[in-house]
Design a protein around this ligand. Sequence first.
Ligand SMILES: [Zn+2]
Length: 396
Amino acid sequence: MSIFEELLSKSGLSKEELEEKLANFKTKNPDLNNEIASFFIAKELGVEIDDSKLVITPLNLIDENTKNANILVSVDRSYPVKDFDTNNKKGQLQNLIVTDNTANMQLTIWNPTENFVQGDVILVTNVFVNLFKNEKKLNTSKFSSVKVKDKKQFERTYNEKHLYELQDKDTGLKVTGIIRVKQELKEFESQGQVKSVLRFTIEENGFKNICVAWGKATKEINDLELNTKIELKGTYAKLNKGQLELHLNDYTKVNILEKDVPEFIPILKNISELAYNEYCKINTKIKSVISTRYVRVCKVCGNQMMKIDDKYFCSVCNAEQESYAKANTYFLIEDDSGNSSAILTKKVLMKLLNCDEIQLETLMTNTNFEGLEINAIGYLRKNRNNESEFFVDVLI
Ligand SMILES: [Zn+2]
C-alpha cells in the first residue's frame, strides 16, 4: 500500500477529493514527489501514516542534486539550538552530525520542534542538499518532518582491527590498547581559534602504535592515567612520514576498559618459532649484512641531500641546509634453529654502535658486524615485497 492509498483509507476523503488536494499541492510545490506530498498532506489532515513505508535514501547515495530524500540516521553529535536572522528571515536552527553507517553528514534542522541529542535515531523526510565549501550538507525544508524513532533501532558498526592490522586510510575503526606513553597537551592557534593536539602511544599484546588526538578527544585522553586500557571507536589511520598514526577527533568515543594494566612481557623465541606479528624476544647473532642505507634529508624541503666533500648540500633549496639522517640495515641473523632477515632502523643502529647519527654513517660501512649479538624485542612481518623480515623494535 502506497502512502497515498494509506491516506485514502484513513482520511475519510474520496479518491477524487484527495487527488485534487494532491494536484493542488503539487502545483504550488512542483519539486515534491507524490510520496512526500502525500506524507505532508497527511500531516496537515492529522492522519497518522505508517512511516516505515517511506523510501529511505542511504547517506552515501546522496549527491549535490538530491531533493526530497528521506533519511533514517542516528545523531552522532548535536550542537545547541541557536537563533538565526538572515535575509529578513528569523528563526532557530540546530546543526547535527548524523550517520547511517554508510556515511557521516551535517544536517541542519530549520526551526526544530525539539532539541535532538546524541544517540537519537531520527527519521527525517524531504531533506535537500546544499554545497558549502565543496562539502555536501543536508537541510530540512518547510515540508520536512523530523521524528525520533526507537534509539535501539540500529547501532553504529565499526571496523574492528588489531593494532598490527591497521592500514593507511582505514576509517570508522574500533581498536583497543593500553596507554603507555603520553606527551603534553599542546595548544595552538588556527584560523583565529585555539585548537589542541595530544600525541600518545597505545599498546596491544606488545604492539605499539602512535595516536594523535585532536579537539575534545585531547582532554579526554589527557585525563586518563598511563597504563589504562581503552577502547577507541570511530578513529582513522593515516600514514605520516612513513609512520602509521591513529587519529582521534571530536567524533571518537573513548571507553575505559581497565586500569593499571601491567607491562607486557614478551617471551623468548627461536627463529624457527617466530609467528607473524607476534611481539617476542630473540637471542641471535649476525651472520651477514644484506644491505645498508644511509641518506641525509633536508630539514627544510625533505629532499635527499648531496654530499660534496664533507658537506651536505640540498640541490632543491640550492643551499647548505640543516639535515637529518634516514638509515637502516638489513642483516641475516641466525640462532641454533635457523636464520631470518632482520631490519634495524636508525634508532636501533645508533644503540647497537653506541654512536650519534653523524658518526653512524662511517660506522655503518666500517664495522665488521659478523658475529655481533642481536638480543632484541620485535616481531616478524612481511615487507612491501611480501618477504619476511624481523623488525627489531628495541635492543635488550
Ligand atoms: Zn632543501
